[in-house]
Design a protein around this ligand. Sequence first.
Ligand code: NAD
Ligand code: GDU
Length: 323
Amino acid sequence: MITGGAGYIGSHTVRYFSEVNEEVIVVDNLQSGHRKSVDVKHFYELDLREKEALNNVFKRHSIEAVIHFAANSLVGESMDKPYDYYHNNVYGMMCLLDVMKKHKVGKMVFSSTAAIYGEPTSIPILEGEDTTPTNPYGETKLAMEKMMKWFDQGYGVKYVSLRYFNAAGAHESGEIGEDHKPETHLIPLVLEVPLGKRETISIFGDDYPTEDGTCIRDYIHVMDIASAHYAALEYLRKGHSSDAFNLGNGMGYSVKEVIDVARNITEHSLPVEMKARRLGDPAILIASSEKAQTKLDWKPRFPTLEKIMLDAWNWHRTHPKGY
Ligand SMILES: NC(=O)c1ccc[n+]([C@@H]2O[C@H](COP(=O)([O-])OP(=O)(O)OC[C@H]3O[C@@H](n4cnc5c(N)ncnc54)[C@H](O)[C@@H]3O)[C@@H](O)[C@H]2O)c1
Ligand SMILES: O=c1ccn([C@@H]2O[C@H](COP(=O)(O)OP(=O)(O)O[C@H]3O[C@H](CO)[C@H](O)[C@H](O)[C@H]3O)[C@@H](O)[C@H]2O)c(=O)[nH]1
């Protein structure tokens, strides 16, 4: 079962699983997902918090494992609406785990985030880094990780928590990609300029302690995130114990560098506008993914920002209005 399978990362993971001949069913309430982004036999439009309906899906299918993407996931929005984040993320997880335990489903692969670390004390970030989130989004994801730990101890539900850094790019076919409304992520926003959907791209702060003064992030191709979910499932199938892994490329790009790569690929001048810092943005987030590479036997296939940007551009220029 893939929850949130009609969302950005979920739909790419559904696609990857079909490419490796795994049978999946999708549960999604379509609050931000797109029905058109997934081609599956069994799609259930429901909210995880509708526990009885969820229970019926578990009754109807013999579910081996759950891959759990469904969540609210915008840092800025979470500052304004913490209740919504606790209710969907934490209570949604409670409902899901409760139904899983009822049906003795003992494997979960979970979407965690770099946001659980807050301002890291060292770069690259290792999994043992302090977890002190600076926003309700990161706080709820950390609470969800902790809930899984106790459900493992109490009921034997094994899990892999994947802490992704900045997901970007699209499937190479250009058939599926990122379509968030409103969009807040840097790469799709940058690409709206050459598409004529916006005049300029804003840079949120150029006074950070980095070489060019703009924030540095570790961008990871969405299909590499998708393949990591399969690697994590295989890891659980082998009977390994529950664990958490960072997913990134170990390379940081500043906001200005991202815009430069987009200029090369789109051949557009991409005018920028300097703005104030965005609340809650850490200066530098770069992952060490060595643990995932070693223990999950996973390797990113598309580590360069050029490839990530090229695939994103391929999707956006052919789908300027999204799905
Ligand atoms: N995009 C990133 O850079 C990034 C980075 C780190 C972690 N994550 C995590 O990855 C996951 C997927 O992110 P995304 O960018 O694909 O987001 P998304 O909003 O595109 O996808 C989330 C999906 O879950 C569905 N959903 C939400 N609440 C639900 C509920 N209660 N019941 C059923 N369905 C529900 C939505 O309709 C949507 O299809 C999230 O959990 C997010 O926190 C994303
Ligand atoms: O118009 C924009 C949009 C973003 N930025 C900057 O670009 C960088 C990347 O911003 P994104 O919004 O694309 O991504 P975030 O790093 O804020 O967040 C992403 O990665 C986090 C973990 O690193 C969380 O998981 C979160 O869910 C996910 O959206 C930030 O420095 C941001 O300030 C701009 O300068 N201008």
